[in-house]
Design a protein around this ligand. Structure first.
Ligand code: UDP
Length: 312
């Protein structure tokens, strides 16, 4: 049990992480600038005496009073729609924000945990992607703002580890979904479910043959905590290995919601990866972790959440 700083703690992933840390007895200092996060995500936590919320942009100087045992850097726009809308902030939080929070961890003698991403693999030529793959990223394309910021963040984290001896962990998070995604977040799972519930056409980008592997939030957070508590520096992939095309995903969403929405096609975003699936051999062997929630069950739980949010 300790005192943990979570940047981006009012976001989708961050808020679930804060919740699970509190549940196991840790104290949590949640920092968020609310660009894409929302106070409503942590409203249910503010009455917990172990929880502190601070509105702050970690791309600027960042300081926390008192002892800190771990700094978990989750702040960043994470949906392509968001990081295209906030390109400079995305680059800053991945670079300056990582530097500032590494400095905080170093000063406090705390463990540092970096939320990296499968986007460091870009449009991968190796499939599935294992941690040893160096990736295939277009640095000057629109997605480069997120991909390169996270690649820089990994390099910076390893430099602090090697040069300063900082105790670090790096996770590469693959597509994660579940309650508390924003309805207008722009990602495929939230888009399809909201469209299905509202009886609007499901927007398939390109021909819908591109693939992703979707991990339910509870599985993802369990994996993150297992890595945080382990002795393994990483990077470690945490994601689900069940791979679906976007057309297959649309079918599952229509079936689960009982919607009769049609499918329409829209242009494929620039540099949209054609395939993505984690190799989780490392997570299985060093963390004893693997996902448990199947896509259909996860979509059912997520659709129940969106029904409530949309009042349907
Ligand atoms: N996508 C889609 N329709 C949508 C939103 C996304 O077909 O309404 C596709 C998108 O082109 C990509 C995949 O779904 O191939 C996953 O997109 P998302 O934005 O969820 O995450 P990404 O894995 O690209 O970061």
């Amino acid at each position: 049990m300790g005192r943990v700083v979570v940047t981006g703690g009012a976001g989708f992933l961050g808020s679930h992480l804060c919740e699970q840390l509190l549940a196991r007895g840790d104290q949590v200092v949640c920092i968020d600038n609310l660009i894409t996060g929302s106070q409503s995500n942590v409203e249910h936590l503010v009455s917990d005496p172990g929880f502190t919320y601070v509105e702050h942009d970690v791309s600027t100087h960042t300081w926390v009073e008192g002892d800190v045992d771990a700094v978990l850097h989750f702040a960043s726009p994470a949906s392509p729609k968001d990081y295209l809308e906030w390109p400079i902030q995305t680059l800053k939080v991945g670079s300056l924000g990582t530097h500032n929070t590494l400095g905080l961890a170093k000063d406090k003698g705390a463990r540092y945990f970096l939320a990296s991403t499968s986007e460091v693999y870009g449009d991968p030529e190796e499939h599935p992607q294992s941690e040893t793959y160096w990736g295939h990223v277009n640095p000057v394309g629109p997605r480069g703002v997120y991909d390169e910021a996270k690649r820089f963040a990994e390099a910076m984290t390893m430099a602090y580890h090697r040069y300063h001896g900082l105790d670090v962990r790096i996770v590469r998070i693959f597509n994660t979904y579940g309650p508390r995604m924003r309805p207008a977040d722009g990602r495929v799972v939230s888009n399809f479910i909201v469209q299905a519930l509202e009886g609007k056409p499901l927007t398939i980008y390109g021909d819908g043959s591109q693939s992703r592997s979707f991990c339910y939030i509870d599985d993802e957070v369990r994996g993150l905590l297992a890595l945080l508590d382990s002795d393994h520096v990483g990077p470690v992939n945490i994601g689900n290995t069940n791979e679906f095309t976007m057309r297959e995903l649309a079918d599952v969403v229509l079936e689960v919601t009982g919607s009769r929405s049609s499918l329409i096609t829209e242009p494929l975003p620039v540099d949209d990866p054609t395939q993505r699936k984690p190799d989780i051999t490392l997570a299985r062997s060093v963390l004893g972790w693997e996902p448990q929630v199947q896509l259909r069950e996860g979509i059912e739980r997520t659709a129940a959440y969106f029904r409530q949010v949309l009042g349907r």
